[in-house]
Design a protein around this ligand. Structure first.
Ligand SMILES: NC(=O)c1ccc[n+]([C@@H]2O[C@H](COP(=O)([O-])OP(=O)(O)OC[C@H]3O[C@@H](n4cnc5c(N)ncnc54)[C@H](OP(=O)(O)O)[C@@H]3O)[C@@H](O)[C@H]2O)c1
Length: 309
C-alpha cells in the first residue's frame, strides 16, 4: 500500500511517501479501512520531531496519524456492527496510509450527507475538546469557563461542548483572533495577550486550556479556590504546584465512537464549524507539516483516495 513513513526523528523532510509499504495485519476484532483521508494534528509533528519521544516512542520506521475516514474493506470474525462498504470514521493510529486497521468497536459510521474527506478532521480534536470540558474541568451548567485557543480545533470542540452543557463561556484568543472568536456565539471574548483584560477577569470556576505555556499560567492564576483547570498541551514546570487549591488535570483523548458520531452529525447539520485550511494529497504530508507548524491554518486534510472511488 501507499503510506508516509519516517525512519528517524527530525524535520518535515523525514516524512517519506512510499508506494510499497506492507499492509497492516488484521485480527478478529478489527476492521480494515480503505482510507479516504487522514488529518494532521499538532501531536504528529511533535512526535515526528522527537519532542514527545518519552510519552510516544516510535518503533521505526513508523506511520503517523491519529484520524481516519474511509470505507470498510474487511471485518474480523468478531465484528458485528460494520460491514465491508460502510463509510466510517475513527480515531486510530498509523493513518497516513492507504489502509488502516483498527479495533471494530472504535469506529463509527459517518453520517449520510457528510463529506467523507473533510470528516477526517473530526475525531481526535472532538474527543479532546469534549473530554477536556466534561472530564478535566468537570464544569457544570451556569458556571463560568474560559476556553483558551478557542478558535483552534480543540478549542472549538471545547466551546461546542461547554455551550451544550449550558456553561457561560469566555473565549480567550490572540488579539488578532478576537473578531474570528466572536463568530463562536459565546457571551464574551478576550485577548490573552492583553494583561489588563486578564487581570479584569472575575474569579473563574474553570479553564479549559489548549495553548499551554505562559498564557496558560496567567489563566490558571484566575481560577478560584476549588475550581478546575484542564489542559490539552504542556504547562511550564511547577505551574500546577503554585496553585494547590485548583484541581489541575491533563486530558489525553480516549476513544469514544458515539461522541465522534455526535460531533460528525453536528458538523453535517451546521451546528459545529470546523474550518479546513488545506486539503493536500498524502504524498505532500511533509509540506502539510510545514504548513501546520506555522499555525493559524485550521485543520489540514491528507487526501488518500476519492470518496466513493
Ligand atoms: N492531550 C491530547 O489528547 C491532545 C489531543 C489533541 C491536541 N492536543 C494538543 O492541544 C493543542 C491544540 O491542538 P489543536 O489541534 O487545537 O491546534 P490548533 O488548531 O492549531 O489550535 C491552537 C490554537 O491556539 C492558538 N495559540 C497557540 N499558542 C497560543 C498562545 N500562546 N496564545 C494564544 N493562542 C495561542 C493558535 O493560534 P495560532 O494558530 O495563531 O498559533 C490556535 O488558534 C496542541 O498543543 C495539541 O498538541 C492534545
Amino acid at each position: 500500500m501507499q503510506a508516509v513513513r519516517l525512519y528517524r526523528y527530525g524535520g518535515p523532510e523525514v516524512l517519506v511517501f512510499e508506494e510499497h509499504v506492507p499492509d497492516p495485519p488484521m485480527n478478529g476484532d478489527a476492521v480494515m479501512i480503505e482510507t479516504v483521508a487522514a488529518s494532521v494534528n499538532p501531536i504528529d509533528w511533535k512526535v515526528r520531531s522527537g519532542a514527545r519521544q518519552k510519552d510516544f516512542p516510535l518503533l521505526l520506521p513508523a506511520i503517523l496519524g491519529r484520524d481516519v475516514s474511509g470505507v470498510v474493506s474487511a471485518v474480523g470474525g468478531n465484528v458485528r456492527h460494520v460491514k465491508p462498504g460502510d463509510r466510517v470514521l475513527a480515531m486510530g493510529d498509523a493513518t497516513y496510509a492507504e489502509k488502516v486497521v483498527i479495533g471494530g468497536s472504535l469506529v463509527t459510521h459517518a453520517p449520510d450527507g457528510l463529506d467523507l474527506a473533510d470528516a477526517a478532521a473530526i475525531p481526535l480534536i472532538s474527543l479532546t475538546g469534549d473530554q477536556l470540558v466534561r472530564h478535566a474541568t468537570a464544569v457544570t451548567k451556569g458556571q463560568t469557563l474560559v476556553v483558551s485557543g478557542a478558535i483552534g480545533s480543540v478549542g472549538r470542540a471545547a466551546v461546542h461542548t461547554a455551550l451544550k452543557l449550558g456553561v457561560r463561556v469566555i473565549a480567550a484568543v490572540r488579539a488578532r483572533q478576537v473578531d474570528a472568536a466572536r463568530q463562536l456565539n459565546v457571551p464574551e471574548v478576550l485577548a490573552i495577550d492583553d494583561d489588563a483584560a486578564i487581570a479584569g477577569l472575575p474569579p473563574l470556576d474553570a479553564v479549559a486550556d489548549t495553548v499551554g505555556g505562559e498564557a496558560a499560567v496567567k489563566l490558571l492564576a484566575k481560577v478560584k479556590p476549588g475550581g478546575s483547570f484542564g489542559f490539552a498541551s504542556v504547562l511550564p514546570a511547577g505551574a500546577a504546584d503554585a496553585h494547590p487549591s485548583v484541581k489541575v488535570t491533563r486530558v489525553f483523548a480516549r476513544p469514544d465512537p458515539s461522541k465522534v458520531r455526535e460531533f460528525a452529525d453536528d458538523v453535517r447539520d451546521g451546528k459545529f464549524a470546523l474550518p479546513i485550511g488545506h486539503r493536500l494529497p498524502l504524498r505532500d504530508a511533509a509540506h502539510a507539516h510545514v504548513l501546520g507548524e506555522r499555525g493559524g491554518v485550521g485543520k489540514i486534510i491528507l487526501l488518500v483516495r476519492p470518496a466513493g472511488g
